[in-house]
Design a protein around this ligand. Structure first.
Ligand code: PMP
Length: 388
């Protein structure tokens, strides 16, 4: 008689089948063969010298990508949300105040995270925040951290960053920027723009599989973090442990903290190589040109862009006003079924209002724009339109 009460599942006797798909939603984006192959290299120990060398290469790649000389630069094990929590949990203590700009869903989530660790949260609403407003709010609350999303993937807004770092520092406040959806696809220079904490994800412009999140901390941020009165609430995300694991703390030896995702490190390193080969400025320029070509094509079809101000349009993720009279779900389903191509609906405040198309990293090309435009044209022809 068997000692196991649960039988091996029949579904696991079937081979793994994963279809090929055009990943043109807000992420993850397609992973090119070169990056997939890098991830298929043999597993080594997470404390082996070869892996430390790969981690060191990744660190240099992130410094280039972020345009920073910060030595506290590493890749977290986890997705963009891990980086959001790592930034907030380390930089903020209970009872302190956090100001978040809300130009879509991510500011709300950052505020939620701050609230969970007992911090006071103030939201700064508005699709497109302006600096004067920030000053006014700051005077009232004296926040220790100001959170801003550079590329708001839910609304398609690219927020300007110039001047905000200086403003934050005048009020002794750290400047935290989410660049998950924009990094590598829109100009951003961490040191020059006075950003204290910056993070991104692996699965958008970098075209690596989801699961690692590059992050960097300025000396000013480290100063606050390493002089905390209380321990950060998360052991896993405690920067002093992570700094040691990533060789950022100047100590002669590293101590086991967690088992790094070795295969994900290989892929991330390869994606950073590809970006370094193209050059950051060339990548920004390619995304800008392709986005403009796409936006013109959409307008020529009679579709409207959700973000009316051209300079505030995110070049990586485009939000299109949901075509009146149509059910947006029918459009995305038609395009998936007919073209094996993912575009998505809105998220958070933009649900029901927009369609979202992400063309990031290797996906950002005029040929892919043409494919999306054809798919949209045919969807509008074939999907049900009510009389409005
Ligand atoms: N911030 C932004 C701007 C994002 O677009 C996303 C992912 N869509 C996240 C944070 C969260 O990243 P993840 O899904 O990798 O946790």
């Amino acid at each position: 008689m068997s000692s196991t009460a649960v039988a091996p599942p029949a579904c696991l006797r079937r081979p793994l089948v994963v279809p090929r798909r055009f990943m043109f939603g807000p992420g993850p984006s397609n992973v090119p063969p070169r990056i997939l192959e890098a991830g298929a290299n043999p597993i080594l120990g997470h404390m082996h010298p070869e892996i430390f060398e790969i981690m060191s290469d990744i660190k240099s790649g992130i410094q280039y990508l972020f345009q920073t000389k910060n030595s506290m630069t590493l890749a977290l094990t986890g997705t963009g949300h891990t980086a959001m929590e790592c930034a907030i949990f380390n930089a903020v203590e209970a009872g302190e105040s956090v100001l978040t700009a809300v130009n879509g869903i991510w500011g709300e989530r950052a505020a939620d995270m701050a609230e969970r660790i007992g911090a006071f949260r103030t939201l700064l609403a508005g699709l497109y925040c302006i600096s004067d407003e920030i000053i006014k709010k700051k005077k009232k609350k004296e926040p220790v951290l100001f959170f801003l999303t550079h590329g708001e993937s839910s609304t398609g807004v690219l927020h300007p960053l110039d001047g905000i770092g200086d403003l934050c520092h005048k009020y002794n406040c750290l400047f935290l920027v989410d660049s998950v959806a924009s990094m590598g696809g829109a100009p951003l220079c961490m040191d020059k723009q006075g950003i204290d904490i910056l993070y991104t994800g692996s699965q958008k412009v970098l075209n690596a599989p989801p699961g690692t999140a590059p992050i960097s901390f300025s000396d000013r941020a480290c100063q606050k973090i390493f002089n905390r009165k209380t321990k950060p609430v998360s052991f896993f995300l405690d920067l002093s442990w992570l700094a040691n694991y990533w060789g950022c703390d100047g100590k002669p030896s590293r101590v086991y903290h967690h088992t790094g995702p070795i295969s994900a490190f290989y892929s991330l390193r390869e994606s950073l190589c590809i970006l370094a080969e193209e050059g950051l400025e060339n990548s920004w320029e390619r995304h800008r040109k392709v986005a403009e070509y796409f936006h013109d094509g959409l307008e020529n079809m009679g579709l409207k862009l959700f973000v009316t101000e051209k300079s505030a349009r995110l070049p990586t993720v485009t939000t299109i006003v949901a075509p009146p009279g149509y059910d947006w779900k029918e459009i995305t389903a038609y395009i998936m079924k007919t073209y094996n191509l993912e575009i998505s609906g809105g998220l958070g405040p933009s649900v029901g209002l927009v369609l979202r198309v992400g063309l990031m990293g290797c996906n950002s090309s005029k040929a892919n724009v043409d494919m999306v435009l054809t798919a949209l044209k045919n969807a509008l022809k074939h999907c049900h339109k009510s009389r409005v």
